[in-house]
Design a protein. Sequence first.
Length: 437
Amino acid sequence: MNKSKVSPINNIWLFMIVSATVIAAYNGRMTEITEVSFESVKNAVTLAIGLIGSMALWLGIIQVVETAGGMIVIARLIRPVMVKLFPDIPASHSAMSAIILNIAANALGLGNAATPMGLKAIVEMDKLNPEKGTATDAMCLFLAINTSSVTIIPISVITVRASAGVTNPGDIILPAIFATCCSTITAIFAAKFFARRQSIPSLNQPILSEYLDGSDLLESETNKSELTPPNRIGKLIFASLIGAFLGAVIYRLNLKGITYIFSFAFLESLSNWLLPILICSFLLFGYFRGVKVYEKMTEGAKAGFEVAVRIIPFMVAIFVAIGMFRASGALDILAVILSPITNLIGMPTEALPMALIRPLSGSGAFGIMSEIVTNEPNSFLSYLVSTMQGSTETTFYVLAVYFGSVGIKKTRYALPAALCADVAGIVASLVVCRIMF
């Protein structure tokens, strides 16, 4: 009986398209929704193609780390916490470490690295999935956590605020951290709650015994190719380069002064340093472990194109529904309907479009936030929309990309749990901004 249950995404997706058509007919916007339907298809395919490069790079790097046994090491470091969150995934399985890497990349604001790592995590989780095409509890929880946008430093938002002339661009960091913590906690509790209500026996089968201690997994990952430890000259050369880099860091800090570490300029440049450091660290780890880094990098990168092709149908479906819904004027009507509730909780009317569009369109929400910050840089509204942008995620995009990569059509409770996280993030943003600003 559970197998025939319709996933919530089916009804929501169909409602968005049909209601958009009906509303457009009344508003005289049929031309607009016709044009946007074709434009959305083009944008979805363009975005998927644009993802190929970053996915190829990071899937290749992850392949190097995986072959070197790094995924097992990462998983074991925070095993106690992850085992409680994801009891269906063996502690030493590569899916566990991919989840950790994805969350860490998101927290540091490394979006280009986070998406491929998230895709890797979903692919690995699907290997444990006894019912292909149906989301497991672990997948639903992972997606909910991703849409809660675990972020420590919202670099892109801070950059916009700085360019708009905000007095203290970085003062949204603490509010954003508070809001994202609230949304993440809500995501976890919502996912666990829905999991108990929508339990599927076929998805709750015991894990094969060979995965429980991780020993076979460790052996299989580290022996994918014969490890060849580098010779002394190679070790000396790369150790010298590491030392030279550390010297460069000290040199740059000496030029800027120790107070530079506490400035906004340091925070702004941090993301530009983190990504190259992360790439070098992973590759050097593989090299010193004896991995043939170039061969493994190119081998893993091949999956980038395959994943991009698989997610195109899902992205097209989501982008068309969102595009038609926005172009029809449905969002404006929804804002009017919800205005009594927003007035009751003290949310400015101007912030409601931001709250409604954030789960639907990342670029649309970023545009609204940028416009408000530019026009009213030091206003309460500016602080609020900046905090919202920095503590929430584009839910439908994440759903389409991650689940689309492994052909998940029955999303179960993933969307309701993610939307609960979105609501919590928005409300938490409002509360903390009222307190601090």
